[in-house]
Design a protein around this ligand. Sequence first.
Ligand code: PCA
Length: 209
Amino acid sequence: MTIDVLLTGFSPFAGAARNESWDAVVLASPMLREQGLDVVEVELPVEFGRAGALLLEALSAHRPRVVIATGLAAGRTAITPERVAINVRDARIPDNAGASPIDEPVVPGAPVGYFSTLPIKAMVAALATDGTPGSVSQTAGTYVCNDVFFQLQHRLATDAALGGIRGGFVHVPSADVVDARSAARALVRLVEVALRTQADAPLAGGAEH
Ligand code: PCA
């Protein structure tokens, strides 16, 4: 099977009742379907290793044109496409299965990092046009979001059977900064840009995040 877009968000963690990333995915998916796109959405557990494994299963099963994994970054003030995934797990708090890896690789022996293969500058530019706060982020952290992002990029870079699939990660702020509908509309926009933009826009670097 081949679809247009695979979207993932995360379950709640750190005692929260909701995770804004999954709320955004749930609202964005029907909007994308209205445009005639084939979308599969998957809610990932906040667990090192397992979350990425589930994403990779969905990737092989559905063979999307584009994959956008999302997560919550509380404290950020913008929708932030991530530039780079790094090969490290360093947990500030235990994940939802109780694991707290410190200074461990995501994939032993794999490269230090991978760049997103999404057009992150063009995505941020589209958000600016819509009046939604957006900026490129230089780090997805070292917790479960980065873990999933790294597993995704490693697989896309090394599995010839998945050649041509582009993917990356986007952090969304908490709902008091960007409400769920706005985050969902932003996600729709990012998907549209990712599907139609092959080469990224050579725009100057954005704000630090
Ligand atoms: N945010 C966490 C993990 C799950 C989520 O939504 C992170 O940024 O790593």
